[in-house]
Design a protein around this ligand. Sequence first.
Ligand SMILES: Cc1cc2nc3c(=O)[nH]c(=O)nc-3n(C[C@H](O)[C@H](O)[C@H](O)COP(=O)(O)OP(=O)(O)OC[C@H]3O[C@@H](n4cnc5c(N)ncnc54)[C@H](O)[C@@H]3O)c2cc1C
Ligand SMILES: *[C@@H]1O[C@H](CO)[C@@H](O)[C@H](O)[C@H]1NC(C)=O
Ligand SMILES: *[C@@H]1O[C@H](CO)[C@@H](O)[C@H](O)[C@H]1NC(C)=O
Length: 468
Amino acid sequence: MANQPTILVIGGGLAGLSASHTALDHGARVVLLDKKPNLGGNSVKASSGINGANTEAQKKHGISDSVQLFYNDTETSAGTLSRPNLIQALTANSAGALTWLTTQFKIDLSLVSRLGGHSVPRTHRGTGGAPGWAMTSALIKKLQEVESSQFNRVRVRQGAKVIRLLEDGSGKIVGAEYENEEGRYEERADAVIIATGGYAADFSDHGYLSKYRPDLFAFPTASGDHATGDGLLLATSLQKPAALLDIEKIQVHPTGFVDPKSPMAKTKFLAAEALRGAGAILINGSGERFVNELERRDVVSGKMHEVIKAGEAPIRLILNEESSAALKTHCDFYLAKGLMKRYDSGEEFAIEAKLPLENLRNTFGSHTMYGEGKATDPLGKTYFDNSWYSVEKPVLVAEITPVLHYTMGGISVDSSARVLDSQGVPISGLYAAGEVIGGVHVRNRLGGSSLLEAVVFGRIAGETAASL
Ligand SMILES: Cc1cc2nc3c(=O)[nH]c(=O)nc-3n(C[C@H](O)[C@H](O)[C@H](O)COP(=O)(O)OP(=O)(O)OC[C@H]3O[C@@H](n4cnc5c(N)ncnc54)[C@H](O)[C@@H]3O)c2cc1C
Ligand SMILES: *[C@@H]1O[C@H](CO)[C@@H](O)[C@H](O)[C@H]1NC(C)=O
Ligand SMILES: *[C@@H]1O[C@H](CO)[C@@H](O)[C@H](O)[C@H]1NC(C)=O
């Protein structure tokens, strides 16, 4: 390849940004195109954190973890179709990815929490605002610094929607065609990295949701409206199309906020899973728990469906003062948005919600006992943080509903982020990273593993593409 290859990156979320920086570090020139007026994609919204096994932060908190344990948790969550090479790439590179973020970009990832399906706390975030925002803004800032200080190293184009990949006679990818307000343009490159995110907002009539999951079409989504599966379409519209994996596997997140001001809105704010990690409980319409809050997302969402189908909604998420203090920035934001409401006591909440106070008292009382180890939770919760609830004490309450969240399916890649065709043969010059790839999580993605997938595969794609 050329002395200083040009790498075209499509999509400026965490995957595209990670790929861009890594390609730069390996001496390439980078052109980054994003169809939205702002970079960041869904990555900006991520609120719970990023996974890493055997990290410095874990050691500081005395948490004993290993790549093998993270691998096992991911494999269990993925189910029978799990693909060892992709899980290995994700988990073995996790601590390195976090070190890269904390050292090169000075991102604070010092707090570690435990999300559903993880054997130990391994989801990292900082003490400030949302972790997704912290990461993307640091990577964007540094990219802009390179763009303005180094001649001809980086070119970022916003509002530039890629509509087609360019191939040469042999089927090698040599660039892309994009359109912006002024017209259509071709951008030539030595390699192309697709980082366009998922399809959890593809509500078009003949789109991926309607085609593969008509049963989910009526659901609200937590995803930005850019997430329409563009990358999948680009990669499958080639002479020799890329293969797609697990395309019908879509993660429904249990906790989308029902905004009392617009309860029917199609796009919902997400209530961070970290809330449940910090001790939040879920109750049905009569004030009773119905699920182990720390179960995997597919399990919690499934139970919520049963509750809703049985006419036992609304489902509410409740925090005591201690658990809300553990996520103060998050909760202050939710309260200010009117998505969450504070009551001076559980009693006051029960009266307003017209649910039997006795039920709430029992629910709170038994949860407290389970947390103290005086009884065993019949729903199976064994890990407790801030488990002490009382109807005499203040609570924060939100109504929640399941939302489309993350698309496990996507473009087939190998562990070097090379895009594969239906024969498993790499398509020359084409790489993919982030939510647009399929096959890593199969049945269920663990919380915190998507930001990780974006950074790990973004870095791999950036390095492979630039060093050929
Ligand atoms: C509300 C919310 C909270 C989340 N919280 C967490 C969390 O705490 N931890 C975690 O691990 N994961 C979380 N996730 C999931 C995670 O944020 C995403 O899966 C991940 O950020 C995807 O990164 P990405 O770079 O692949 O895609 P994105 O960040 O979505 O970026 C894709 C980019 O590609 C651009 N693009 C798309 N099509 C085109 C085109 N045709 N031409 C040019 N540009 C295009 C888009 O405009 C966008 O900027 C959350 C998701 C949501 C929605
Ligand atoms: C991971 O799973 C394998 C196979 O089931 C088992 O042998 C191993 O002990 C597990 N490792 C850890 C760290 O849990
Ligand atoms: C609430 O959940 C409990 C426990 O699962 C169940 O017994 C009860 O019927 C449910 N009731 C309503 C109205 O939600």
